[in-house]
Design a protein around this ligand. Structure first.
Ligand code: HEC
Ligand code: HEC
Length: 282
């Protein structure tokens, strides 16, 4: 009698636990599907995806601070939940072990300015430094101690806003300078380029470069990358003309990192890979 009660008790506990965890799993799945929706649609050509994402994130944010989790879900999760393009996965201790040794300041700098295949501000240039900091804190919080960015923002909102304005201004100036630098660099390259009929990248094996540098995103559609051979995804992009496509492949656009994140590739190598990428939809 006593023992059967005990067993019943155990069973009840078990089924409660099982019930609870399956509900939890369902909620998680729905939440993830819901979050992936806007992330998957991010950064379509011609859309001002950064502002949209920031605005949506703001709508979700608690009135008194920046909701790093919401920004993370919309901007960073597409890569950092799946490991797309080699992104370290949130909560994966091994994936982060060496990175956290760099310290918060460097990691934040890499979130803001980009790092290899990690696009600056996750590919959303309209995120403020504070928004990037809050989402970085959310990304890193399972694996390291992070400054309480959101609480700081709440504690002294005015100061943060002022500081943010100054920092944003500085960022805008820096971005402008970068564009100018790039223009100068480009002009120099153009001058130096031989006035040949045959494009300089004609002899380069674009397929090999594509396989090594572009495929991770352009075969899977990671982070919203247009898939090679997908007419629907490339139709409008092709209308921009090859020169614009080369420019975007070399200098980046939206969540597409410059040179696919491999700064060591030459411009001509990226052009050759672009030829291979768009060849089926040309
Ligand atoms: C398009 C995919 C993509 C998106 C979107 C993205 N990341 Fe990343 N992230 C990467 C990849 C790839 C790396 C690894 C880069 C490397 O180490 O070469 C990375 C690395 C990082 C790192 C570690 C940098 C280091 O020094 O080790 C931080 C921090 C980070 N991302 C933050 C963010 C934040 C915050 C967001 C959203 C605002 C974001 N990422 C969005 C792809 C992405
Ligand atoms: C980390 C993921 C990632 C990698 C790696 C990557 N791409 Fe992309 N690429 C994207 C995304 C995302 C877009 C869509 C960007 C947008 O339109 O906002 C894109 C778009 C493009 C476009 C179209 C641009 C336009 O104006 O429509 C070209 C061309 C391109 N990529 C070339 C390349 C080449 C060449 C490589 C390799 C050298 C490469 N990509 C590697 C993510 C990536």
């Amino acid at each position: 009698m006593k023992s059967s009660k005990l067993i019943m008790g155990c069973l009840a506990t078990l089924s409660l636990t099982a019930g609870a965890s399956s509900v939890h799993a369902e909620v998680d799945r729905d939440a993830i599907a819901e979050r992936l929706k806007p992330a998957g649609n991010l950064c379509l050509q011609g859309e001002d995806c950064g502002t949209a994402a920031a605005r949506e994130a703001e709508a979700d944010a608690p009135a008194n601070g920046i909701d790093g989790g919401a920004i993370y879900n919309r901007v960073c999760m597409a890569c950092h939940e799946t490991g797309a393009a080699g992104a370290p996965v949130r909560g994966d201790e091994d994936g982060w072990a060496d990175r956290i040794d760099k310290g918060w300041d460097t990691l934040l700098d890499h979130s803001i300015n980009g790092f290899n295949a990690m696009p600056a501000r996750g590919g959303n240039p309209n995120l403020s430094d504070e928004e990037v900091a809050a989402s970085t804190a959310y990304l890193l919080e399972p694996v390291m101690d992070v400054p309480d960015v959101a609480e700081d923002a709440a504690a002294d909102e005015e100061a943060v806003t002022e500081e943010g304005a100054v920092e944003e201004e500085a960022a805008a100036v820096a971005a402008e300078e970068a564009v100018e630098d790039e223009a100068i660099e480009e002009a120099a390259t153009e001058e130096a380029a031989p006035a040949d009929e045959e494009p300089a990248h004609a002899g380069i094996d674009g397929e090999a470069i594509y396989n090594q540098a572009c495929m991770a995103c352009h075969m899977t559609g990671a982070a919203g990358a247009p898939i090679r051979g997908d007419e629907g995804a490339w139709g409008e992009r092709m209308e921009q003309g090859m020169d614009t496509l080369y420019d975007h492949a070399i200098n980046g656009i939206g969540a597409m990192p410059p040179k696919g994140g491999q700064a060591n590739l030459s411009d001509d190598e990226v052009r050759a890979a672009t030829d291979y990428l768009v060849e089926p939809t040309r």
